[in-house]
Each structure stands twice: as structure tokens, then as C-alpha cells.
Design a protein around this ligand. Sequence first.
Ligand code: 13P
Length: 254
Amino acid sequence: MTRSIRPLVAGNWKMNGLKADLAIAAEVARGYDAALKQAVDLAICPPATLLFATSAALIGARIATGGQDCSTQPAGAFTGEISAGMVADAGATFCIVGHSERRTLHGESNATVKAKAEAAHQAMLVPIVCVGETKEEREAGKALAVVKKQLRGSVPEGSTPETLVVAYEPVWAIGTGLTPTAADVAEMHAAIRAELARLLGKAPAAAIRLLYGGSVKPSNAAELMNVANVDGALVGGASLKSEEFLAIARACQS
Ligand code: 13P
């Protein structure tokens, strides 16, 4: 954790969730007690079909919502796409961009991710820009170089702590139960902050929230959240279980 930064724990539901699963969001809201509210920000990023209803359900609980992706384009003949303006209109504060599943399965380049982050800014959304190396890249000793290159290519110029969240998600840790060592996370998050300082200036970079994502669970959250320069988590699978999501949030309390 960075003492001066208010942590953020965001749940990425991915392509999971039907109307009945709004109950998960309601349970999270019930568990977000005064002590937790004082210590940590929460966000839920449900599938687009549930974004409006989730936002409406969470307003009173002071839990934010986010989209999982947005178009680079503001409007028009782009069948199936969802604009950042639509994500904002559905009540979201955040929008995940450049998740590794989009980079890999949809061939999104750094330039595309940057255009999406800029579209999010146009819509007054805070992009959660995801970066992370593959297993092969880590084994080849290229993890730091890969992530720095992703940051240089994906982060919009002029981003500030109010308009940017970065999530480090090693691809090999997503949904696998594997996590990097605390030392590896510390090395990467320090490198991310240093690269952001080069791109955006030292003062803004020092206050930007850097989330760790990839197999975060209640059992490993305390260790991961205690790493220097880790200012919260981007949680996949465990965010679909309200008690697990809340337990991860509580790991940011101390
Ligand atoms: P898991 O927590 O399921 O590993 O997913 C991480 C992730 O991809 C969040 O965006």
C-alpha cells in the first residue's frame, strides 16, 4: 500500500452475471460497513447488460461501477459496440480498458487501448488501463520491458491521479491460482510508478492508483496488498462471491 493513496478494490465480473446476480452487488453493499467505507473504495464492473441496474442498485452504498471495455468511437454505425458515453450514461465511474483478454482474444494493440482510454476521458470516465506480461515473456526476463512498453503505448498524455488507474495483471496469473512473489510484484509496481513518472511527471505518478490483479483471493490478499506501490486489487473470480470480495477489501484496511 501507499499510505497517502486511498486504495481501490474493483471486481471484474467478465462475461458472468444475469439479473439474479444483482444480489451479489446488494450483498457487497450490505457488507461495505462504515469502517470499510473509511478505508477503501469499491467498484463493481459487471457485464454491460447489468451496468445500469448495478449502478442504480449501488448509488446509496457509495460503491462505484465500471464498464469492462468501450469503443474507441463516440457513436455511429458500429454494431455491437458500446461507447464510453453509454458506459457513463449507465452510471459508471470507471471503464476497464486493455484487459489481457481483450488484448489477446480481440487483438487490441497498445494504440487501440490508448484510444479507448482517451474515449473514456472524453466521457468523463476513469479508465483502468491493464498491463501485464505473458508467462513466456516473464521466463525470458522481459516482464519489466514489456509492461513499460505497454504503459508508453496505452496511457493517454496528461493523465492524472483523478483520471487514471493502472492495473498490473500478469497474464499467467489470471484465473490460474498462480501469483507472482511479493518481491516480483514490488519490483513491477515500482517500475510502473517510475515509468508513469517519466510519462506524466513525478507528482501525478506518485498519486496514481496501481492495482494488482491475477488470482487475488482472501487467502493471499493481505500479502499482496501489503506490497509497496500496490494500491488495491482488480479481482476476477473472487469478485463473484460477495464474502470473498469483501474479505479482499478488508485486507486493504490495515
Ligand atoms: P482472476 O482474479 O479470476 O484471476 O482474474 C483477474 C482478472 O483478470 C481481473 O481483471
